[in-house]
Write a protein that binds this ligand. Structure first.
Ligand SMILES: Nc1nc2c(c(=O)[nH]1)N[C@H]1C(S)=C(S)[C@@H](COP(=O)(O)OP(=O)(O)OC[C@H]3O[C@@H](n4cnc5c(=O)[nH]c(N)nc54)[C@H](O)[C@@H]3O)O[C@H]1N2
Ligand SMILES: Nc1nc2c(c(=O)[nH]1)N[C@H]1C(S)=C(S)[C@@H](COP(=O)(O)OP(=O)(O)OC[C@H]3O[C@@H](n4cnc5c(=O)[nH]c(N)nc54)[C@H](O)[C@@H]3O)O[C@H]1N2
Ligand SMILES: [Mo]
Length: 793
């Protein structure tokens, strides 16, 4: 089934109109409306004769124009569905030939044969030789079928554990720093509410925070409630400023002043502002004394009285960041004289030395002195999953218990390729050391290493050394194609589940009812693991299922929550949702207000109970690339590195996709809305385009030492000179599979990104530290990715 862009526009207009109608009474008697929900929002799926014919948004979806939900029809019935369990030919024949991964044909096998093969492989190695890469949770927001949770439950209860991931790709660097600085991760915590911002904030700084794009989806169930507030922001008197190499559509909507900053140089700019605030005597001395620790140890560095003898003046910062000295000073003046909110992003810390970004922004906010005041201070989740929405406070349904993992080895999220290629190697990590295990089996469910991990060619090299790769997937993703054993998973619409949303408001609990029967031979991840538990023995099976049916587990989650006080499970299951209206005071929430009101009674969970401008713990790590206070470190690849830019003059950013969830939806009609010549678009500045002889719509090759990709050019004034941007998540599609580093026809950005860690402290991903070059090319038309041929199917 294929839906055109025009059909989609038509149907979503109808969908918006239908929003108020009672969805349980579809006009056509033969059509059943079944409630379901996903990261893309809550909806009713209309089913006729066992087929989904329409997706209609639920009442909680405040802006159902986002095309993702409509695309469920397309995705469920996609040609790229994996229909049967499959095994790579040589692997099935017992020859393995790992170098043929991703090149060889697959053979259809029975479920029984496939699962025996998987279990046999898992049992032939030690648990510490299995890497469970079911990272992230973006596979499925359901509380029962959450891919990471079911995989963890299986490995911990049946296999004796597995190697996991430490940290993540989202906030790998900040996540290792903020708890020590603020006593809280900050990036996943409830933010100062929209209402408080609207009432109090005079200056709103989007410090790389893409408030609109990133809030259109949710880690749980999206409600797009922020969009209602953005209409009010638009009409307010708030002065918006965006500090970003790109002028985002929301910045444009808010008529924000655009500060074009060289990628990866924000810390220098912040230091320049701090120097100016200090030397001009404008910083809030009282705040620093009362609420922070270690300013005196940071000051010599700021003033150039340490070894480097460099004062971090606005002039110094200007040279690095490309932002005018006068602008740096004017911004500092504006921030300190007005109620100013600094909304940080996560892309800044997804760069080499990303540890410094949030820390330095916190120090700047501390010197401004508005932390904990209504509409002032900083926030690191204004752009994510409705971070500034009012919190209901309800007790929600819980999730699937995973049990204890007896393998105490977790590989830092940026280090997977290195770990596979260097078993036994010891690295520094979080102030201690860790040694890589010898990984033999890679197991992936609900995540895609071949999508999210940097330096794809290095990763593929690593993958081709493993003994076994098992992937559960609904679709023939590039990761599935690289596997030995591929198990067809159901899409969420083919099974029952329960979840809640938004992640921060927590005001709706949703029934995610099975909409249609599983297609082909697809099975639920839960059932796949349950079957292997059964094959292992009665005891293992009981440990995995705890003697419960799936619907009873869902009911159990429901019954332990506040939902039961609203309606019975049966009523909920019929209606589709429970709503908890947030209390009035939730709309007045001010982050850090309690700490500001009483820093003794409400001290932070830090070394000193205060904000750590300096941390003795961090200083004691004795690292050369991460110290006791935030600092500017020059990245290996950036526009200020003349040697590097001679060869690769453009800084490549890989932000999150507007119309996808990472790689998800790249096999749906949604791609028609953004692909250029069927390839991932690259945003390029108009002057750069002219200099390179590139026109809008041209096919271009972007390359560096790590590889090359083909993209479609989008020439624009909304990206600064010297920077190009390709959204992460295009499905990798090698042009000539036998090349050592095949060019990617689809424009998968991680071909170009580096797996270099942020530092020896967090060892996090640094994908936004990347230089490359670009040229126009003449190539054959590209049709997009296809499912592989399967023998016997
Ligand atoms: N260059 C670059 N790379 C990045 C980033 C970046 O900014 N730049 N960002 C990073 C970040 S922050 C993140 S969070 C990661 C995201 O990385 P991932 O979490 O790997 O991203 P997704 O593409 O959402 O992968 C989810 C996979 O689960 C599959 N799936 C969906 N439903 C089911 C199901 O029910 N069962 C099973 N078995 N599978 C299912 C989908 O088809 C998809 O392949 O990417 C990281 N990579
Ligand atoms: N629609 C959609 N929303 C999403 C996701 C998705 O896949 N699709 N993924 C979700 C996930 S898992 C995550 S982790 C978050 C990601 O949240 P973020 O990491 O904050 O989002 P990005 O899109 O990577 O980048 C946001 C902005 O940062 C800018 N930027 C890049 N480098 C720099 C820099 O050095 N300095 C400054 N000042 N700005 C810079 C980019 O130009 C971009 O406009 O988004 C979430 N929201
Ligand atoms: Mo993420």
């Amino acid at each position: 089934m294929k839906i055109s862009r025009r059909d989609f526009l038509k149907s979503s207009a109808v969908a918006s109109l239908a929003l108020g109608a009672n969805p349980l009474f579809a006009k056509d008697e033969s059509v059943k409306s079944i409630p379901h929900a996903s990261n893309l929002g809550a909806f009713y799926a209309d089913v006729k004769d066992g087929k989904i014919v329409k997706i209609r948004p639920q009442i909680s979806d405040k802006d159902p124009k986002f095309p993702g939900n409509e695309a469920w029809i397309d995705r469920v019935y996609s040609d790229t569905r994996i229909k049967y369990p499959c095994v790579r030919k040589s692997f099935l024949e017992g020859k393995n030939a790992p170098e043929l991964r991703g090149k060889e044909e697959f053979v259809r096998v029975s479920w029984d044969e496939a699962l025996k093969l998987v279990l046999g492989k898992l049992k032939s190695v030690k648990p510490e030789q299995i890497y469970n890469g079911s990272y992230s949770g973006w596979g499925h927001p359901g509380l029962l079928h959450n891919c990471g949770a079911v995989a963890g439950r299986f490995f911990n209860n049946v296999i004796g554990g597995a190697v996991g991931t430490d940290g993540e790709y989202s906030n790998g660097a900040a996540g290792k720093v903020n708890t020590t600085i603020m006593g809280d991760l900050e990036v996943y915590s409830l933010q100062t509410s929209h209402e408080v911002i609207l009432e109090n904030t005079k200056v709103y700084v989007m410090w790389g925070a893409d408030l609109f794009k990133c809030n259109q989806i949710d880690y749980k169930i999206a409600n797009r409630g922020d969009n209602e507030y953005f209409k009010k922001y638009e009409k307010s008197n708030i002065k918006f400023i965006t500090i970003d190499p790109q002028y985002t559509p929301i910045a444009k909507r808010f008529k924000a002043d655009w500060i074009k900053i060289r990628p990866n140089t924000d810390v220098a700019m912040m230091l320049g502002m701090c120097h100016y605030l200090y030397t001009s005597g404008q910083y809030d001395k009282g705040f620093i004394e009362k609420y922070t620790y270690g300013f005196d140890k940071f000051l010599p560095y700021l003033l150039g009285k340490t070894e480097d003898k460099v004062a971090k003046t606005p002039a110094w910062a200007s040279k690095i960041s490309g932002v005018d000295e006068a602008v740096i000073k004017a911004l500092a003046d504006t921030f300190v004289k007005n109620r100013t909110f600094l909304a940080g992003n996560w892309a800044m810390q997804r760069a080499q030395h990303g540890e410094q970004a949030d820390w330095m922004l916190i120090v700047l906010a501390a010197m401004i002195g508005q932390i904990g005041l209504p509409g002032g201070g900083f926030g690191f989740s204004m752009h994510y999953s409705g971070g500034a929405q009012a919190f209901s406070g309800a007790t929600l349904p819980g999730g699937l218990a995973q049990g204890k993992n007896s393998v105490d080895i977790n590989i830092p999220a940026s280090r997977i390729s290195e770990a596979i290629l260097n078993p036994g190697k010891t690295i520094k990590f979080k102030g201690a050391e860790m040694t890589y295990p010898e990984i033999k089996v890679l197991y992936m469910t609900g995540a895609t290493l071949l999508g999210h991990h940097p330096n794809t060619n290095e990763l593929i090299k690593a993958l081709r050394t493993l003994d076994t790769i098992v992937v559960h997937e609904p679709w023939w993703t590039p990761m599935a194609k690289m596997a030995d054993i591929v198990l067809p998973a159901t899409t969420p619409l083919e099974r029952d589940d329960i979840s809640y949303g938004g992640s921060y408001s927590q005001d709706y609990v949703y029934a995610m009812k099975k909409v249609i029967e599983p297609l082909f031979e697809a099975r639920n991840d839960y059932d796949i693991f349950a079957d292997m538990a059964k094959m292992s023995g009665e005891k293992e099976y009981r440990r995995f299922t705890q003697g419960k049916e799936k619907i009873d587990i869902i009911k159990g989650f429901y019954e332990k929550s506040d939902c039961v006080n609203v309606m019975s499970f049966d009523e909920f299951w019929e209606k589709g949702f429970v709503h908890f209206a947030p209390p009035a005071q939730a709309y007045k929430f001010v982050r850090h207000a309690a700490f500001r009101a009483d820093p003794v009674a409400n001290k932070l969970a830090t070394e000193t109970g205060k904000i750590q401008i300096f941390s003795d713990k961090f200083a004691s790590f004795g690292l050369d690339d991460f110290k006791g206070h935030p600092m500017w470190f020059e990245p290996a690849e950036w526009l200020g590195n003349e040697k590097e830019t001679a060869k690769y003059p453009l800084h490549v950013l890989s932000p999150h996709p507007k119309l996808r969830i990472h790689s998800q939806l790249d096999n749906s009609f949604v791609r028609k809305a953004y692909k250029v010549a069927n390839r991932e678009p690259v945003l390029i500045n108009d002057e750069d385009a002219k200099n390179y002889g590139i026109k809008d719509g041209d096919v271009v090759e972007i390359s560096n030492d790590r590889g090359a990709i083909l993209c479609g050019a989008v020439v624009s004034k909304d990206i600064m000179k010297g920077v190009i941007s390709v959204e992460e998540g295009a499905w990798y599609d090698p042009e000539n599979i036998d090349d050592e580093k095949p060019r990617c026809n689809a424009g998968h950005i991680n071909i170009l990104t580096s797996s270099r860690p942020t530092s020896k402290m967090a060892q996090a991903t640094s994908v936004n530290t990347c230089l490359a070059t670009i040229k126009k090319v003449e190539v054959a038309p590209y049709q997009g990715i296809k499912a592989p041929k399967v023998k016997g199917a």
